[in-house]
Design a protein around this ligand. Structure first.
Ligand SMILES: Cc1cc2nc3c(=O)[nH]c(=O)nc-3n(C[C@H](O)[C@H](O)[C@H](O)COP(=O)(O)O)c2cc1C
Length: 179
């Protein structure tokens, strides 16, 4: 798919078609795409927990998401919980922070990875919703996520049931200064 088409077609989807599934093979293709992103000293600190077994995905939806996102992901085929290893990106080998951003660099790297993942999902015919609102403690318990990983977003994966309008973007001149 043409890159510009892919960029335009990706939307945050909050209305999923029922009875869809996502294979482990396709999940690995998405994670492979994520892995191609640049990262601080190639530290590759992102980690992924994919829940695609229907009963487990339903348990995640109903017990680990607040109502707002629970309702918007009915019919989603699966979820990917994204984390990154704390103290890697943005840190020296002796464990000290390189600058004031600290683990912010790990979050930056994970965001780069996650966008690749979303675009690959779309190329494979899936739709996604990044969710910052989630029950971290329940997800950690359900998926045995270690304490040295910082949890960031949960990404729902499924197939769109309707086509939402594109949320308006700011005018480019509002966000860029070219010198
Ligand atoms: C870090 C982050 C957290 C988000 N959390 C949520 C969320 O909890 N629930 C939700 O419905 N959308 C969430 N979104 C989706 C945004 O609302 C959406 O990306 C934005 O409105 C632009 O729409 P688009 O993705 O269709 O271009 C989140 C997006 C990001 C990047």
């Amino acid at each position: 798919m043409e890159f510009s088409t892919l960029l335009e077609e990706r939307r945050s989807i909050r209305d999923y078609a029922p009875d869809t599934s996502v294979s482990a093979e396709d999940i690995k293709k998405m994670i492979y795409a994520a892995q191609q992103a640049p990262s601080w000293k190639n530290s590759q600190s992102g980690r992924y927990y994919a829940v695609i077994t229907p009963e487990l995905a339903e348990t995640l939806r109903t017990t680990c998401l607040p109502e707002f996102n629970r309702d918007r992901t009915v019919g989603a085929a699966g979820y990917i919980v994204t984390t990154f290893k704390s103290g890697n990106a943005g840190f020296r080998p002796d464990g000290t922070q390189t600058d004031a951003l600290g683990n912010g660099w790990g979050a930056y790297d994970l965001g780069l990875q996650n966008e690749n993942l979303l675009l690959k999902a779309r190329e494979l015919g899936y739709d996604t919703l990044i969710m910052g609102l989630r029950d971290e403690a329940r997800l950690r318990e359900m998926l045995s996520i270690p304490d040295d990983e910082i949890m960031v977003a949960v990404i729902a994966i499924g197939k769109r049931a309707s086509n939402p309008d594109k949320p308006k973007r700011r005018d480019i001149d509002e966000i860029v200064k070219i010198f």
